[in-house]
Design a protein around this ligand. Structure first.
Ligand SMILES: Nc1ncnc2c1ncn2[C@@H]1O[C@H](COP(=O)(O)OP(=O)(O)OP(=O)(O)O)[C@@H](O)[C@H]1O
Ligand SMILES: [Zn+2]
Length: 720
C-alpha cells in the first residue's frame, strides 16, 4: 500500500513486480497516465483484493533511505488529527526533491579550505595582487567554497591552485574545531532551569517562562550541550522570521565541532534535502528549523526545544493546517523525550497546561545581563491636535535626547507601505481592491496602490473615480510615510526602514541588521519583523505607534497577540546596562489591557485571559474545528457549509451530544482574491469528543458535491 500526494483520503495498492520495497521506502508508481512518487506504508502478503487489474510499482528510489517507523507514525497521527490525507502529510513532511519522480543526486559533501601557514601562503603571492591576498588572508579561518566566493568570485579557483601547491588544506566542514564561544556563567534561575532540563528523563514537558532578555537562549545552549554529551540529537524549532541567521550564528559559535543542520525557507531545495538526510542518518546532531522541521526524522532524538512557542507562525494556515508546537509535544511524548517550550508571553494554551500541572514551569524573572532591567513603559495619549506627523511631542523630545546620547531609537508600526488608505477629500471615496473586501495600500516609492491580501496592484489614480475631484489624500501612516516625515524632523540622522518591502531580496535583511549592529543606523523604523528576538546593544528607546488596532478585533486572540507583540517590541530596549524606555501611543489609555501591560508582568494578563476564556467556553477551555468554504458567491459558500453541518446533525446522539454546532456565517473579510468566503464553527468541551465526531462525519463530508466552491478544515484554528 502506497501513500500518494493526491486529493483522495486513502492509500493505493500496487504489486511489487520485480522489486522488494520496504515499508517507508520511496517508490515510483503509475497513476492514470502519470507517474507519481509515493511512500510504501504497508506490505501485504494477501494479494487478495489486488490481483487482476493491480499495476506494479515502476521503481524503488534509493536516494532516500526508508523512513523510520516513528516518522510514519508521526505522519499518521497528523493525518488523523488534522483530517488530512496521509499521502499529502508525508509529502509535506519530505523535502521537495523527494516529492519528484526523478532520483535526487546529492552533491559532493561541502568541504572547507584553510591555510595552516598564512605567512608562507602570502609570501607566494605578489605584493600587488590585492584580491588574491585578501582571499589568502581570509583562509586563516576555514571557509566553505560558498563563503570564499563571497570574498571574491575567483576565490575557489585560487584556493584550488594553492591546494595543489600544498599551501592550503581542506577538511570536511564538520571536523574543523574552532574555539567554542564560552558558556556564560549562569545566574541562579538559569542554572536551576538548566539543571532541571538536563536531568529530565523520558517525556517531560517544560514551559520556560522567561522575560525578554532573560537568557533563555543560554539555557537552551547549555541544556543542549548536556543532551549532546549523552550522544543524542536535538531538534530546535524557531518561528518563521528572519532570526535564523542570528540564532544559527550563536549555535555554531557554541558548538563549532558539532554537525548542525538548518531547515528553513532561506535554503534551496538541494541544501534542504542534504541537511534533512544528515538528520535522518544521525550525522547531524542539532537540527535547527522552522515549522516544517518538526517532521525531520531523528533516529537518536534526545530533546525538543520550541523557542517563542506562542508565535502564530508555528501554525500552518493553508493546506495541512497543523501546529508545529502541538505536533512537537506529541512527538516528544511518543519518543519519550523532554520538550521545552520557551516564551516571555506563553500562549494561553500552554499557560493552561502549566496551570493544570501538565507542564512544569521554569521561570526566569530577571534580565540576564547583570544590571539590565525591564524597560519602563509609558502611555502617550493621541489627541489629534497635539500630534506632529502622528507623534506625541513627548515622543519627539525623547527621541532627540536618545539620539544626542548616541543611542539608537526604534519606531515600531505594524503597517508597511506609505498609507493604508487613499481617500477623496470631497466625497469620501476610498481606493479598494476589486478582488477583496479591503482597501488598497498606497506605496509612494513606486507609485502603486497594492492589495496586501491578494497582491493586486495598480497605478495611483489622480482623480476620484466617483466625483472627479483631484485632491486625493493619503490617510493614516505606514512605514514609508514615517520614514519620509522622520527624515524631515531628524535631518542628518541615518534612518533605516525594515519591513517586508525593504527586505524582499536575498541578503537585504542581513545587510540592514549589520547596519544596526555596527551603529551606522540611528533611527530604525520597523514592523513586527524587527520586534522579535533581535539583540541590539545601543537601543534604549522604543516608540510604538498605532498599537490600538489590535485591541478591538473580532478575533478573541487579538489581545493575547498584541500583548506578546508589544512585549517583544518593548523587549528590544535596554538589553544592556542602560535602562530602556518604551512609549506606546494610544487613544485608550484606560483600557484594562494597558494597565496589565504597564505592569510588565504577563502572569496577571494570562490569568485574566484564561478565566475569561473558561467562562466564555473559548479555547483552550473548548476544542474548535473551523470549516471554511469559498465560492464565487457567498450563497454557494454558505450552502456547502450547510451540507457539512447536516453531516454532523446525522451523527449518533451520543457523539453529537457534547458538540456545539454553530450556523455558517460569512467570514469577517468576505471577499478575498475574487472569491467569497464563509465559515462554520464546530466546538466541543474536549478534543477527544470533537475528534470522535469529526471522524464519524468526515467520510460523509468528503463526498459532498461542492460545485464551483471548495471547503477546508482547520482543527484548532488560531484565526477566526
Ligand atoms: N548568565 C548570563 N550572564 C550574562 N549575560 C547573559 C547570561 N545569559 C545570557 N546573557 C546575555 O543576555 C542577552 C539576552 O539573552 P538572550 O538573547 O538569550 O535572551 P532571551 O531570553 O532569549 O531574550 P528574548 O526573549 O528577548 O529573545 C544576550 O546578550 C546574552 O548573551
Ligand atoms: Zn485584493
Amino acid at each position: 500500500m502506497v501513500a500518494l500526494d493526491v486529493p483522495l483520503n486513502r492509500l493505493f495498492g500496487y504489486g511489487v513486480g520485480d522489486f522488494d520495497p520496504q515499508v517507508g521506502q520511496r517508490v515510483i508508481v503509475p497513476f492514470g497516465p502519470r507517474q507519481l512518487s509515493g511512500v510504501v506504508i504497508e506490505r501485504r502478503t494477501d494479494a487478495g483484493d489486488f490481483t487482476g487489474k493491480t499495476r506494479n510499482i515502476l521503481a524503488v528510489r534509493d536516494d532516500l533511505p526508508a523512513l523510520p517507523a516513528a516518522t510514519l507514525s508521526l505522519c499518521q497521527f497528523v493525518a488523523d488529527y488534522y483530517h488530512h490525507p496521509m499521502g499529502a502529510v508525508i509529502s509535506s513532511a519530505l523535502p521537495t526533491v523527494f516529492r519528484n519522480v526523478p532520483a535526487f543526486k546529492a552533491p559532493a559533501p561541502a568541504c572547507v579550505y584553510y591555510t595552516p601557514d598564512l605567512q608562507k601562503l602570502l609570501a607566494s603571492i605578489g605584493k600587488r595582487a590585492h584580491a588574491q591576498r585578501r582571499v589568502a588572508e581570509s583562509l586563516a579561518l576555514p571557509h566553505t567554497p560558498a563563503a570564499l566566493r563571497r570574498v571574491h568570485d575567483s576565490g575557489v579557483k585560487w584556493a584550488k591552485g594553492w591546494l595543489e601547491a600544498g599551501l592550503v588544506c581542506t577538511a570536511a566542514e564538520t571536523s574543523v574545531l574552532a574555539a567554542a564561544s564560552p558558556c556564560l556563567p549562569l545566574n541562579a534561575e538559569q542554572s536551576d532551569a538548566v539543571a532541571r532540563l538536563s536531568s529530565a528523563q523520558g517525556f517531560e514537558p517544560f514551559l520556560l517562562y522567561g522575560i525578554t532578555g532573560s537568557g533563555k537562549t543560554e539555557v537552551y545552549l547549555q541544556t543542549i550541550a548536556a543532551v549532546l554529551a549523552r550522544g543524542k540529537q536535538v531538534l530546535v524549532l524557531i518561528p518563521e522570521i528572519n532570526l535564523t541567521p542570528q540564532l544559527e550564528g550563536r549555535f555554531r559559535a557554541r558548538f563549532p565541532g558539532v554537525h548542525m543542520a538548518c531547515l528553513h525557507s532561506g535554503l534551496n531545495d538541494t541544501e534542504r534535502a542534504v541537511n534533512w538526510l544528515a538528520a535522518l542518518s544521525g550525522n547531524a546532531r542539532i537540527v535547527l528549523g522552522t515549522r516544517l522541521a518538526v517532521f525531520t526524522p531523528l533516529p537518536q532524538l534526545g530533546m525538543i526545544v520550541v523557542d517563542e512557542e506562542h508565535d502564530p507562525s508555528f501554525k500552518q494556515q493553508e493546506g495541512l493546517r497543523y501546529s508545529a508546537r502541538d505536533v512537537a509535544v506529541y512527538r516528544a511524548r511518543t519518543a519519550g523525550v523532554p520538550i521545552v517550550l520557551g516564551s516571555a508571553t506563553p500562549s494561553i494554551e500552554s499557560w493552561a497546561n502549566a496551570r493544570a500541572g501538565r507542564y512544569q514551569i521554569l521561570q526566569l524573572k530577571e534580565r540576564a545581563v547583570p544590571g539590565a532591567v525591564l524597560p519602563k513603559i509609558t502611555l502617550l495619549p493621541v489627541k489629534k491636535a497635539g500630534l506632529i506627523d502622528g507623534f506625541n511631542r513627548m515622543a519627539f523630545a525623547r527621541m532627540h535626547e536618545a539620539l544626542d546620547r548616541g543611542e539608537q531609537v526604534l519606531v515600531f508600526i505594524n503597517r508597511r507601505g506609505y498609507s493604508p488608505v487613499l481617500q477623496c477629500g470631497e466625497c469620501g471615496w476610498m481606493a479598494s481592491c476589486q478582488h477583496c473586501s479591503a482597501r488598497l495600500v498606497l506605496h509612494m516609492r513606486d507609485r502603486r496602490l497594492r492589495c496586501h491580501h491578494c497582491g493586486f496592484e495598480e497605478a495611483i489614480t489622480h482623480a476620484c473615480p466617483d466625483c472627479g475631484n483631484q485632491d486625493l489624500k493619503p490617510v493614516g501612516q505606514g512605514t514609508q510615510r514615517l520614514e519620509e516625515s522622520l527624515a524631515t524632523h531628524f535631518p542628518g540622522k541615518m534612518i533605516l526602514r525594515i519591513d517586508r518591502d525593504s527586505t524582499r531580496r536575498k541578503g537585504e535583511m542581513d545587510a540592514a541588521l549589520a547596519q544596526v549592529h555596527s551603529g551606522e543606523a540611528d533611527i530604525l523604523i520597523g514592523t513586527q519583523m524587527l520586534a522579535k528576538g533581535h539583540d541590539f546593544d545601543r537601543l534604549n528607546l522604543v516608540i510604538a505607534l498605532n498599537a490600538d488596532t489590535g485591541l478591538f478585533s473580532v478575533d478573541f486572540r487579538a489581545e493575547e497577540r498584541l500583548f506578546a507583540l508589544l512585549t517583544q517590541v518593548a523587549g528590544r530596549a535596554g538589553r544592556r546596562e542602560t535602562p530602556g524606555e518604551v512609549m506606546i501611543q494610544t487613544a485608550f489609555a484606560d483600557h484594562p489591557f494597558y494597565h496589565q501591560l504597564l505592569g510588565r508582568d504577563y502572569a496577571p494578563f494570562a490569568e485574566r485571559t484564561l478565566i475569561e476564556r473558561t467562562e466564555m467556553l473559548l479555547p483552550p477551555a473548548a476544542a474548535w474545528a473551523l470549516f471554511r468554504a469559498e465560492a464565487p458567491e457567498i450563497e454557494q459558500a454558505l450552502a456547502i457549509l450547510k451540507l457539512i453541518r447536516a453531516c454532523f446533525e446525522q451523527l449518533d446522539s451520543n457523539l453529537l451530544q457534547p458538540i456545539t454546532l454553530n450556523q455558517p456565517v460569512a467570514a469577517t473579510m468576505v471577499k478575498r482574491a475574487g472569491v467569497e468566503r464563509a465559515q462554520l464553527l464546530i466546538a466541543a468541551p474536549q478534543r477527544a469528543q470533537l475528534q470522535r465526531a469529526l471522524h464519524q462525519a468526515m467520510p460523509h463530508i468528503e463526498v459532498i458535491k461542492t460545485g464551483k466552491g471548495r471547503w477546508s478544515l482547520d482543527v484548532d484554528p488560531i484565526e477566526v
